[in-house]
Design a protein around this ligand. Structure first.
Ligand code: IMP
Ligand code: MG
Length: 180
């Protein structure tokens, strides 16, 4: 099979594949909410493009909020410690909350966020991750909605970065091994 490239980078998931999968996820989330309202909480910055598309793929009454976390990661490795650097603006008590994350990797970030959000006593708390790397898990946590399960590869684009670069690539690409 011929490899698709974008700006010289190997494409793992094309914008068309992502759009189709996000459309399906939106339908499933809409079904599961059965007419109830939703609060989507995007994890800055990587989840921004995914949240923008997913929010437009659901047809329930939806509001947005955002959190930012710092995971003491530089380049491709993480030390394991997570801290909240921007909290939600509105209380979540009694609400249907969907955490929207770009990628579920070791699970440290989402385990931390889930614990914090449960303290708000939401009506429901679910997780949507565009990508999942199950082989990398340190904390036992699963997303309720997963776009694509991928092997242990470092990816960039569609929100995901390498040292803050490449978030604006429209496709999900593989990080070339030879870039410092
Ligand atoms: P976790 O806490 O290890 O599950 O990692 C979550 C965060 O690590 C994600 O929100 C991403 O920001 C980052 N991350 C993990 N894998 C990748 C990758 O392949 N490319 C870019 N960022 C990644
Ligand atoms: Mg992230």
């Amino acid at each position: 099979m011929a490899t698709t490239t974008y700006q010289g980078l190997e494409v793992l998931l094309t914008r068309e594949q992502i759009a189709e999968r996000v459309r399906q996820m939106g339908e499933q989330i809409t079904r599961d909410l059965a007419g109830e309202k939703l609060v989507m909480i995007g994890v800055l910055k990587g989840a921004a493009p995914f949240l923008a598309d997913l929010a437009r793929a659901v047809t329930v009454d939806t509001t947005f909020d955002f959190v930012a976390v710092k995971s003491y990661a530089k380049g491709r490795t993480s030390s394991g410690a997570v801290k909240l650097i921007k909290d939600v603006d509105e209380p979540l008590e009694g609400k249907n909350v969907l955490i929207v994350e770009d990628i579920l990797d070791t699970g440290l970030t989402l385990t931390y966020l889930r614990k914090i959000f449960l303290q708000h006593h939401p009506k429901s708390l679910r997780i949507a991750a565009l990508l999942d790397k199950p082989s990398r898990r340190i904390e036992q946590i699963e997303a309720d909605y997963i776009g694509f399960s991928i092997p242990n590869l470092f990816v960039i684009g569609f929100g995901m970065d390498y040292a803050e670069r490449y978030r604006n690539l429209p496709d999900i690409c593989l990080m070339p091994p030879d870039i410092p």
